[in-house]
Ligand binder design. Structure first.
Ligand SMILES: CC(C)=CCC/C(C)=C/CC/C(C)=C/CC/C(C)=C/COP(=O)(O)OP(=O)(O)O
Ligand SMILES: O=P(O)(O)OC[C@@H](O)CO
Ligand SMILES: [Mg+2]
Length: 237
């Protein structure tokens, strides 16, 4: 099966609850060279904030995906290419594995399944909002992470495994071990990518490198460097 993310190297995650750097616009954001924009964050999400970002990014031809952190913030907008719905494999509460999803499907009458995809998250930074929110058990060895990745692909048919170190640069060995455990599934890595070198390094292990806070903290030029880093790493493969 071919998926849009088969061809992606880099994803930019825009947090609707955070500002852009002074003087930058969403047109600049869409011109960073990223392959797709994911719109989402853990805290402070509302439908209005989501709509504002989708609207502002809709004219520039970059694929746009919403990544909702709870069912109440999902928006319907033709400018979206689809929905990337997290499921947190190492969550402490099953609500974040299947519970929220069940509630969502129960209240929504008729989802567009062709535009709805899941990401099997493995959350590994215990100090991140997402770890706290989902009560994730982040005490996982490389072998544990690889086993979760294989379970996600082979038993649960997941198209995306997402190694999430949000806010901090993760362990490249853990990411490589997870990559080795996967055959078809696309491996996303996110967390602490801050420049060309860190993007290049994780690009050597992951199929897709996700950059988040850097956009809001340093801006579009810094993001563009990370796009170059991961693309160079993949070109050298
Ligand atoms: C069923 C539906 C529609 C939603 C539930 C989706 C789930 C399980 C969400 C769990 C939390 C999660 C994985 C959110 C995705 C976005 C994410 C990880 C953003 C990064 O967040 P942080 O960097 O920790 O937080 P802030 O940047 O907001 O502080
Ligand atoms: O904000 P950073 O640390 O770049 O992390 C990106 C993304 O994985 C967050 O969900
Ligand atoms: Mg964040």
């Amino acid at each position: 099966m071919t998926t849009p993310w088969d061809d992606w190297d880099h994803v930019l995650k825009v947090d609707p609850d955070k500002e852009l750097v002074d003087g930058e616009t969403f047109e600049d954001v869409c011109a960073t060279g990223t392959d797709a924009i994911e719109i989402g964050g853990t805290t402070g999400m509302t439908k209005e904030k989501m709509e504002t970002v989708v609207e502002a990014c809709s004219k520039y031809g970059v694929p746009l995906y919403q990544e909702p952190s709870n069912p109440a913030v999902v928006i319907e907008d033709d400018a979206l290419d689809g929905y990337l719905i997290p499921t947190v494999f190492n969550a402490g509460d099953s609500f974040w594995v299947t519970g929220a999803h069940k509630e969502w499907v129960r209240i929504e009458n008729g989802l567009d399944w062709s535009r709805t995809h899941t990401e099997a998250y493995i959350v590994l930074n215990p100090d991140s909002s997402v770890a706290e929110y989902t009560d994730a058990n982040c005490d996982q060895s490389a072998d544990d992470v690889a086993a979760y990745a294989a379970v996600a692909e082979k038993l649960f048919g997941q198209e995306i495994v997402y190694i999430e170190y949000s806010g901090t640069f993760g362990d490249p060995e853990v990411v490589q071990t997870a990559a080795d455990a996967l055959e078809e599934t696309t491996l996303f890595y996110g967390g602490g990518i801050g420049d060309y070198d860190s993007a290049y390094e994780m690009g050597q292990h992951a199929d897709v490198v996700v950059v988040g806070d850097l956009l809001h903290d340093e801006g579009c030029d810094a993001v563009r460097e990370t796009v170059e880093g991961v693309k160079d790493a993949h070109a050298a493969d």
